[in-house]
Ligand binder design. Sequence first.
Ligand SMILES: Cc1ncc(COP(=O)(O)O)c(C=O)c1O
Length: 397
Amino acid sequence: MSAKSRTIFRRNIAVGPDPRTRLKTGESPASSLAAFVLMICVCVFEILSAISFANELYAIVREPSLERESDSLNMIEPAVGFMKVPATKYYFPPESIDFIIEKTREIFATGSYLAMGKYGDQFEKEFAQYNGSKYAVTTNSGTGALEIILRAIGVEGQEVIVPTNTFGATAFAVVRAGGKPVFADCLSDLNIDPNDVASKISDKTKAVVTVHIGGLISSTLPLLKELCSRKGIQLVEDAAHAHGSALGGRKAGTFGLAGAFSFFSTKVMTTGEGGMITTDNQDLYEQAMILRDQAKRGGRNFHESIGYNWRMPEFQALLGITQLRSLEYFIQERSKIAKFYDSKLGGIPSLERLPIPAEARPNFYKYVAFLPKRVNREAMHLKTTGFREIRFYKPSV
Ligand SMILES: Cc1ncc(COP(=O)(O)O)c(C=O)c1O
């Protein structure tokens, strides 16, 4: 990781502006009026939390005792059992819960398949349609989705360029597919730098994986795409953060050869665990269908190669179908809260918010702001017990 990238890494905090209310799955379904009142209460609560967060942050940024520079990477856990603004909260509206229960009863009553059944197919079709992709393939995780794509490309013994600032799974998937990750530095929008990618390309480079960090597609992605096609290298999107994010009206997962989404519990839409591959390429689609199911061709026990189980269960697909229906609503609500943070944090001198280019529509998986370098992170962590601060990503490389 270069000095520039390390500075970005140390300055970065991501605050979860999750606007969604949660009805715990164990609760009995509330009436629509009760649900509405609950939503209003939680919204007011979150707005108050955000105001107190902004005030705390303002005090911290100004407080001289916190202006020590610290190189310690030891995390000091705050003494809090309850986070006022948690980094993530999933939300299943009452009608989604009804749908999931009804279809689950139907699955049991008919004895239909518990994996690779009709709801998996339906989720794939609806996700592909929403995303503007020709094909979609469900998997059991975002990491699995990435590994399948890389195996289908054939990165074994080859190099794959990945960003320095990403979750470990991006690079792990390359290694597990038999490739060698080569790290390229990031820009100030935290996405991979096409110029640094250009300098890392070798005879062995087979693919570049870009990551839409925090749900923002970089305005430099067209440059990266152009570089890859000029050099004959495959572009893959790690879209684990970027459900519904767009650039110039085009959704994440439609820019490269294929995109890999994660539906882990923290994501903007979730199935608990799960993933999705999107692509317009028929060969990649067919390979992905085979690889995900123990490398079996045509669903029979005839294995084309050594395979693996990356299949999604039907129950996860049911969750996914309902979450997809709410995705635009989730993004709208997150965008409103992000605007609210903008208005509150905009007045804090020396706190830099991540600029959003006009042509980008982020899903606000994260709301990213940069603290001044002089602020001591550990002291801040102790002092602000009211929100969750996340460091991207440790270790970065
Ligand atoms: C950038 C990135 N890529 C890949 C993954 C892996 O997704 P999953 O946890 O579904 O395997 C994650 C998970 O958070 C991620 O943040």
